[in-house]
Design a protein around this ligand. Structure first.
Ligand SMILES: [Zn+2]
Length: 109
């Protein structure tokens, strides 16, 4: 805890403060998705959300790279490539992820 967070028993207040801070960071991320400091804002927003135990903010859920924390913005921080006939997102750091979640079809890993 410490100076950044409200008292432990004051959960409502803690979430409100964290929400407010996350909103500010999301605003900065939206304003400049490919900015030099955007990965830092993403990392910080996730850290705040985690500490306040409020889950991943919906503005960031599956919209950032788990490797380099870039915010996904088509053409700026990622491109779409075809791998084995399927489209994948390729981050500027080289990380690839499936564009569509694999279906839970039987026998599929
Ligand atoms: Zn990346």
């Amino acid at each position: 805890m410490g100076k950044y967070f409200a008292r432990r028993d004051d959960r409502r207040k803690r979430e409100d403060i964290a929400r407010e801070r996350v909103d500010i960071l999301v605003g900065k991320i939206r304003a400049d998705p490919a900015g030099r400091f955007t990965p830092n804002y993403v990392r910080l927003a996730l850290k705040l959300a985690k500490k306040a135990r409020m889950g991943v903010p919906k503005e960031l859920d599956r919209k950032y790279c788990p490797e380099c924390y870039s915010f996904f913005k088509l053409g700026k921080t990622y491109v779409i490539r075809i791998r084995r006939g399927k489209p994948v997102m390729v981050c500027k750091c080289g990380e690839e992820r499936n564009l569509f979640k694999p279906s839970n079809a039987k026998g599929k890993e």
